[in-house]
Design a protein around this ligand. Structure first.
Ligand code: PEP
Length: 242
């Protein structure tokens, strides 16, 4: 498994259901990865493009966007942790709010997927976050507590798991919490249980070239999960540059 703690920050590009071979060729030829080896840059294309982009690796790592909770068997269309491991994939996003909302994934599913990833030496990037309604009802910390309790495997630790705080209402909307709110929520997660003190906690939700530096420099933020802006090589280059 990748040594998470050898990096100071993580920049995870979530391409969602976008990209093709031509796009990958152009993106990887334009992308400039910083010399700073303490920055870990991970690109998560569609599953079908994992192997193609893996063969173009150039100082970045490759991650999947999802994995099956089943090991093998009669689960048509699913992709197993063992298959990701065969491809030498290092990271996998788990429990993204789109998976939770559109595909009805539960905390239990997320926990099971994450456990199996860890068993296969793949780092789960476990997403948690509140909806706008939950935020407006003042329930953010309760929602996050439940997600932490139920989604994070018992044997996960700061060497094998990354947590992504992604307020659902900030994803793809151009809206973000204030910098202070982001930092305080990350502090809440780190202090929720001693176990989380040293976890890398990254922020996701409308991270752009014009706010990434300030967000990632917050004291409790260890990087970013980037959707829309990670599809433009010049924007993503700006986000990860030193
Ligand atoms: C995401 O997909 O996890 C995400 C944060 O998207 P965006 O950066 O577009 O808000």
């Amino acid at each position: 498994m990748i040594k998470i703690n050898s990096f100071s920050s993580f920049f995870i590009a979530n391409w969602k259901l976008n990209g093709n071979f031509k796009f990958i060729d152009q993106f990887t030829s334009e992308l400039k990865i910083p010399n700073n080896v303490a920055k870990c840059v991970v690109i998560c294309p569609t599953s079908i493009h994992l192997d193609y982009i893996r063969n173009k690796k150039n100082n970045f790592y490759v991650g999947a966007q999802n994995v099956s909770q089943h090991k093998e068997g009669a689960y048509t269309g699913e992709i197993s942790c063992a298959s990701l491991s065969d491809l030498k994939i290092e990271f996998c996003i788990v429990g993204h709010s789109e998976r939770r909302q559109i595909f009805n994934e539960t905390n239990t599913n997320v926990n099971s997927k994450s456990s199996q990833l860890i068993e296969h030496d793949i780092v789960p990037i476990i997403c948690i976050g509140e909806t706008l309604e939950e935020k407006e009802n003042g329930e953010t910390n309760d929602v996050l507590s439940k997600q932490l309790e139920e989604s994070i495997p018992k044997f996960s630790n700061s060497d094998n798991t990354i947590i992504a705080y992604e307020p659902v209402w900030a994803i793809g909307t151009g809206l973000t919490p204030s910098f202070e709110e982001i930092n305080n929520t990350h502090k809440f997660i780190k202090n929720y249980n001693n176990k989380y003190n040293n976890y890398k906690i990254i922020y996701g939700g409308s991270v752009k070239a014009n706010n990434a530096k300030e967000i990632v420099s917050l004291s409790n933020v260890d990087g970013a999960l980037i959707g829309g802006a990670s599809l433009k090589s010049d924007d993503f280059t700006k986000i990860i540059e030193d």
